[in-house]
Design a protein around this ligand. Structure first.
Ligand SMILES: *Cc1c(COP(=O)(O)O)cnc(C)c1O
Length: 322
């Protein structure tokens, strides 16, 4: 029993088309339809009805924090294993932003993560588990895992060492500060942010009031020098393919050394592009296209110049700039 895709859950948390839902009888809980926040009472009610083997907490597109003590309480009430997939926010756990009841480690029976997101390591994964689950988890080899990748193991060791340093804690806290500044910058310019902001490293911009899909917004931003991905908003009427949202976060920008001033400038560029993009109207039906939009060339050029100026001041690799 995991979080639904439109609420910010991951494909592997029981989406019908994913192998996770073929191996298990998958059921999903969703965020509250009004607040778009996790509703622990509703989760508890569903858990009592469904009696899941595994209660899964974690997300790829939810801009708030989870109370893992409450999730564990619910799991215990129904005899479920609490599994936390912290793939997205492991860096905020290691960096001690998520503490107390927001830290999954003391509460979960099993914790899975990637090592390549906020943990800032190589592409890969890691499973932490209480002893009683070690034997079954170790059956992952040969059941679902391929051979070991020793070079990736070495890179993970480096990432873990970095994550233990005081500098990483500073980095993790700055990510959240920057994310909040970015969300404020967007809201100040009348863009809608799902749940009204963020308490972690990401946010979803809701484009529905601009009359365009996430797919159109994503393309307009890409053509303006900004890479972002389209993402569903809760209960998205546009579905998973076109979507109504854009997901962004400042983790890499924070590594480059950017702070609140730059977040505000980035919010301004994003607003400039999105607010000047319109869906193309289809000749046959007169309806707005869900896939094709138009942004004036002048706007795209201004955006690209402002992006270039930011990157000039915060180069990706100073030593290999041409
Ligand atoms: C990214 C992610 C994964 C793993 O996906 P990859 O395709 O291996 O990067 C698993 N769970 C969650 C919640 C994720 O966000």
């Amino acid at each position: 029993m995991g979080l639904s895709l439109h609420s910010g859950g991951h494909l592997t948390h029981g989406l019908r088309q994913n192998v996770s839902a073929k191996m298990m009888r998958a059921v999903t809980y969703s965020v509250d339809p009004k607040t778009h926040l996790l509703d622990y009472q509703a989760i508890r009610k569903m858990a009592h009805k469904e009696k899941p083997l595994i209660l899964l907490a974690g997300f790829s597109a939810y801009s708030r924090r989870i109370n893992f003590a409450k999730m564990r309480e619910i799991a215990d009430e129904v005899g479920a294993v609490l599994m936390v997939d912290m793939a997205h926010f492991a860096g905020l756990v290691a960096g001690k932003v998520f503490q107390g009841e927001e830290d999954p480690i003391p509460y979960a029976h099993v914790v899975t993560t990637t090592t390549h997101k906020t943990l800032r390591g190589p592409r890969g994964g890691m499973i932490l588990a209480q002893n009683e689950f070690a034997e079954s988890i170790n059956k992952g080899c040969p059941l679902i895992l391929g051979g070991p990748l020793p070079h990736v193991m070495a890179a993970k060791a480096v990432a873990f060492k970095e994550a233990l340093s005081p500098a990483f804690q500073t980095y993790a806290h700055k990510i959240v500060e920057n994310a909040r500044a970015l969300a404020e910058g967007l809201k100040k310019r009348h863009l809608t942010v799902v749940t009204g902001g963020t308490d972690n490293h990401l946010m979803i911009i809701d484009l529905s009031s601009l009359g365009m899909t996430g797919r159109i917004g994503e393309t307009a931003l890409r053509e303006s020098g900004i890479t972002a991905n389209r993402n569903m908003i809760p209960f998205d009427p546009q579905g998973a393919w076109n979507t109504s949202g854009i997901r962004i976060g400042p983790t890499a920008l924070t590594t480059l050394g950017m702070t609140g001033v730059e977040m505000d400038e980035i919010a301004a560029i994003i607003a400039l592009v999105l607010q000047n993009t319109k869906p193309v109207h289809l000749a046959e039906t007169g309806q707005p296209s869900k896939t094709r939009g138009e942004t004036p060339l002048k706007i795209k050029e201004e955006a690209k110049a402002r992006v270039a100026s930011l990157l000039h001041r915060f180069p990706l690799y100073a030593e290999i700039q041409v």
